[in-house]
Design a protein around this ligand. Structure first.
Ligand SMILES: Cc1ncc(COP(=O)(O)O)c(C=O)c1O
Length: 402
């Protein structure tokens, strides 16, 4: 392709989102790649001159298209789509680490990733040291001669911390390990992690990449050898994506930049609005100057994301009441869809911790995480105002909308 909006000799993000990975248009052929449900493909032998194709191998036409789109959006040599975000994470770690090897990981990780590293992989001889990602010295100090993976996640769930990638990258380089980053909350629209030295860029594509809460998928982007290693684990452990889900994901990704632009804008506006709401004790959004990582976030990210977290006065009871009174936003786990979703970490991701342990992590009872969707902002404000406007005198919301 010719030089695009990126100003370099490659198309811009929006153009890549629409066109990358799609077969070139030909007379009489469909503009949109059809879903190819066939699990296997005609192959009489090497003389056919084509690869042996089988959908568990990840080389069905829909799987190939979406993988190419992932690589184009992340600006990496190769990409891969898998059956879930967890398949992407586990296949990446298993590709890099053998029994006896070691992982250094941020303490701020998605719950299932933490469980995988803390409880499951040790059964297979792979151990993990968890570090405070905000302590630059912690990464290097945790390395062992067998460290093969350094893992970070950002922005983090649910406090939306944006930690510096530099110390994790330097630790990975000095150990000869790969730096893997779960960038689900950021998306390649807000940051291309490979440009910051991340070797394996991972997403739960169930979230923003799919964007419509109608599929489960994960992706990994990186160098060709790295992706070949991950694909090998995918084939052996069976974590390949179904062609139907690959097709839906590819369709969702076409609108990712347009959706993210609005997610970023609406979340920012809503975060500012929540700061004026009586009864809301704290608003967490990296785009607000009050956020601990605000300066880094605006320096590193093209947009501060579609997630906003609030802490209500009145603890868990107030949060339960708030969620039960919503008429537009949907109480449900997950995030990144076109519809606004709300969840309380004390009932979902952090249910196994005590109230005191959650409080120590900055997630007191009364904490509500909001995945801001694409609805009209005024309708969302009205919904949140209605949900908050109960028990007068306890945590009533301001009357003016601001
Ligand atoms: C940051 C993050 N990473 C990974 C996952 C796992 O993704 P999946 O549910 O697609 O396996 C999730 C799911 O919520 C997540 O939020």
């Amino acid at each position: 392709m010719k030089s695009g909006a990126s100003g370099k000799d490659r198309p811009g993000t929006a153009t890549s989102a629409v066109h990358a990975g799609c077969p070139a248009p030909r007379p009489g052929q469909p503009v949109v790649q059809p879903i190819v449900r066939s699990s296997t493909f005609y192959w009489s032998g090497p003389s056919d001159g084509v690869d042996l194709r089988y959908s568990r191998y990840g080389n069905n036409p829909n799987q190939i298209s979406v993988a190419a789109k992932v690589a184009a959006l992340e600006g990496t040599e190769a990409g891969l789509a898998l059956a879930s975000g967890m398949a992407a994470i586990s296949s990446t770690i298993l590709a890099a680490a053998d029994a006896g090897d070691h992982v250094v990981a941020s303490r701020h990780l998605y719950g299932a990733t933490h469980a995988l590293l803390a409880h499951e992989l040790p059964r297979r001889g792979i151990t993990t040291t968890f570090v405070d990602p905000g302590d630059p010295a912690a990464w290097g100090a945790a390395l062992t001669p067998r460290t093969r993976v350094v893992l970070i996640e950002l922005p983090t769930n649910p406090t939306l911390r944006v930690f510096d990638i530099g110390p994790a990258r330097r630790a990975a380089r000095s150990a000869g390990a790969i730096l893997a980053a779960d960038m689900t909350f950021a998306t390649p629209v807000n940051i291309r992690a490979a440009e910051h030295g991340v070797d394996a860029v991972i997403h739960s594509a169930t979230k923003y990449l799919g964007g419509h809460s109608d599929l489960i998928a994960g992706v990994v982007a990186g160098s060709r050898p790295l992706i070949e290693g991950v694909a090998k684990m995918m084939k052996l452990y069976g974590g390949s994506i179904d062609p139907q889900a690959a097709w839906l994901l590819e369709r969702g990704m076409r609108t990712l930049p347009a959706r993210m632009e609005r997610h970023n804008r609406s979340a920012h506006a809503l975060a500012e609005w929540f700061t004026g709401v009586e009864g809301v004790r704290q608003v967490l959004y990296p785009g607000l100057p009050s956020h601990p990582d605000h300066e880094r976030a605006v320096r590193m990210l093209r947009g501060c994301g579609g997630m906003v977290s609030i802490v209500l006065n009145g603890g868990g009871e107030a949060a339960d009441r708030f969620c039960s009174r919503l008429r537009l936003a949907v109480p449900a786990p997950s995030l990144g869809g076109v519809e606004t979703l709300v969840s309380q970490p004390r009932h979902t991701s952090h249910v196994d911790l005590t109230s005191e342990e959650r409080e120590a992590l900055g997630i007191p009872d009364g904490f509500v995480r909001i995945s801001v969707g694409l609805e009209d902002l005024e309708d969302l404000k009205a919904d949140f105002r209605h949900a908050a406007a109960t028990s007068p005198g306890r945590w009533a919301v301001e009357q003016a909308t601001g």
